[in-house]
Ligand binder design. Structure first.
Ligand code: 23J
Ligand code: MN
Length: 259
C-alpha cells in the first residue's frame, strides 16, 4: 500500500489522530514583554466585528483583526532575527513549504521544569534523548516538552516574571548548536518564545533566535499539548500565513499521531 493511501485510511478510521498544538488566539492571549529601555512590545490582539447578520451585512458575520506576527502559537522565520536577515527565502511568503511538514522529535523536560522554571535543556540532554530514541534526522523538528502550556490561560503564570525578569525554560547555546549540526529544520517550545525567560543575559543574547535564524532554521513558540505526542514518530504541520515579507506568523500547529 502506498504511504498516502495508508495515511488516508488512518485519518478516516481514526488510527491517525490530528492533535491540536495551538493555543486560543484572542485579546487574552499572553504576549511577550520586553524591557522598555530596549524595545517596543507587540500590541494586544484585537478582534473587530464588521457585521453579524445585521445592517452591516444582513446574511453574514465577519471580523477584522489587529495582531502582531509574533502572537500566540506562532512561527519564527529567519528574517525575524538580525543574524538571518539576508536569506532570500527567509520570509514567511518565500520559505520552502517542504520544511513545515516534517517528523518531530519530542524531548520531555516536564519533570525538570516542574522542579525548576529556569530549567535549560543542554546538548548533553539532547544526546541522552538520542541514545534512547535514535539520532535527530536532518529535516526533522525538535520540540521541548515542559507542560508549560498548562499555564497558557494566565499571562502572569505563563510569563512567570518577578523583579529579576521572566522565568521560563528553554535551550542552552550548545543545545541549539547541536540540533542545528544535526540538520534540524527548527526548534519549538511551549513558552512565549523559543528562548528561555532569562535568555536575554546569555551569550549571545537569545541564543535560540540568534543561532537558529543565522542557520536558516525556524522557531515555534507557545505550542500546546506536546504531552499528547510520542517522543518520536509524529508528523508536525506548521505552515505560517503567506504574509508578504513576514518575519513570522500565528499558526494552527498540528501533529499527526499514530494510535
Ligand atoms: C523579539 C525580541 C525578543 C524575543 C522575541 C521577539 C520572541 O520571542 C519572538 O516572539 O520571536 S525573545
Ligand atoms: Mn516569535
Amino acid at each position: 500500500m502506498s504511504a498516502l493511501k495508508e495515511l488516508a485510511d488512518g485519518l478516516l478510521s481514526g488510527n491517525v489522530e490530528v492533535v491540536d498544538l495551538a493555543a486560543p488566539l484572542g485579546p487574552d492571549t499572553p504576549l511577550l514583554k520586553l524591557p522598555p529601555e530596549l524595545a517596543v512590545d507587540t500590541p494586544k490582539i484585537e478582534i473587530h466585528k464588521i457585521s453579524e447578520y445585521d445592517s452591516n451585512g444582513p446574511f453574514w458575520a465577519w471580523n477584522w483583526l489587529k495582531i502582531g506576527e509574533h502572537s500566540g502559537t506562532h512561527f519564527d522565520a529567519p528574517t525575524h532575527w538580525i543574524t538571518g536577515k539576508d536569506y532570500a527565502n527567509g520570509t514567511t511568503d518565500r520559505l520552502p513549504v517542504q520544511k513545515v511538514v516534517a517528523p518531530v522529535c519530542v524531548i520531555d523536560c516536564s519533570a525538570e521544569t516542574a522542579k525548576d522554571p529556569d530549567f535549560l535543556l543542554t546538548a548533553d540532554g539532547v544526546k541522552a534523548w538520542e541514545q534512547e530514541h535514535g539520532e535527530i534526522e536532518p529535516g526533522s523538528w525538535v520540540v521541548m516538552r515542559t507542560d508549560w502550556h498548562k499555564r497558557n490561560g494566565s499571562e502572569a503564570e505563563f510569563l512567570n516574571a518577578d523583579e529579576t525578569g521572566p522565568h521560563s525554560p528553554g535551550p542552552t547555546v550548545d543545545c541549539i548548536e547541536h540540533i542545528v549540526a544535526r540538520g534540524a529544520a527548527g526548534w519549538g517550545t511551549e513558552c512565549i518564545g523559543t528562548d528561555a525567560g532569562q535568555a536575554g543575559g546569555m551569550e549571545p543574547p537569545f541564543p535560540a533566535h540568534n543561532i537558529l535564524h543565522k542557520n536558516e532554521r525556524y522557531g515555534l513558540a507557545s505550542l500546546c499539548n506536546l504531552d499528547k505526542l510520542p517522543p518520536k514518530g509524529a508528523i508536525l504541520i506548521v505552515a505560517p500565513l503567506k504574509i508578504v515579507n513576514g518575519t513570522g506568523s500565528p499558526v494552527r500547529a498540528l501533529a499527526l499521531v499514530s494510535r
